[in-house]
Design a protein around this ligand. Structure first.
Ligand code: HEM
Length: 134
């Protein structure tokens, strides 16, 4: 497994763990009220599980399994590393802004970072979307 995939899956699993923990706390709180402030975890719960876990796992696997170029190369991996960095920056900006009630411009910056991650990964992967052996 390439290093980028290994690191991205490790990060995705950490997001899964924290996201599920926040979800479990919220679910428990709905049954046995603990602290209303727990609801501030909801934005982070959603961001960690939808983007940090689901989207990151998909991109990590795509980097690993998409057809490679002749000689086994995966092409300019630095572009994919940049995409993962932008994705995780976006997750944290949106989660922190949502959970701590920070300015909407921080949420916007986070979404723009995620959009950039999608663009960078799309540009990187475009040439690898080809019939095997081609
Ligand atoms: C990959 C898995 C998951 C994803 C993508 C996810 C996503 C979401 C989303 C999008 C919402 C907001 C729903 C809304 O506003 O209507 C939400 C709410 C919530 N989630 Fe999750 N969730 C996941 C797993 C879990 C798990 C495992 C738990 C509990 C153990 C959990 C507990 C909750 C609770 C308690 C709420 C608040 C519901 C409410 O507004 O009353 N979630 N989740």
């Amino acid at each position: 497994m390439p290093a980028l995939t290994a690191w991205a899956i490790r990060l995705a699993l950490l997001y899964l763990l924290v996201g599920f923990t926040f979800g479990g706390l919220l679910l428990f709180h709905k049954g046995v009220p603990l602290r209303p402030a727990l609801w501030s975890l909801l934005p982070a719960h959603i961001e960690f599980l939808l983007i940090g876990w689901t989207a990151q796992l998909i991109l990590a696997m795509a980097f690993w399994i998409l057809p490679r170029f002749r000689g086994g190369s995966r092409g300019p991996a630095w572009l994919a590393w940049l995409a993962f960095a932008a994705l995780n920056l976006g997750v944290w900006l949106v989660a922190l802004a949502g959970s701590f009630g920070l300015s909407a411009s921080l949420t916007l910056a986070g979404r723009l970072a995620q959009a950039l991650a999608a663009l960078l990964f799309g540009v990187y992967a475009w040439r690898r979307v080809k019939p095997s052996g081609a």
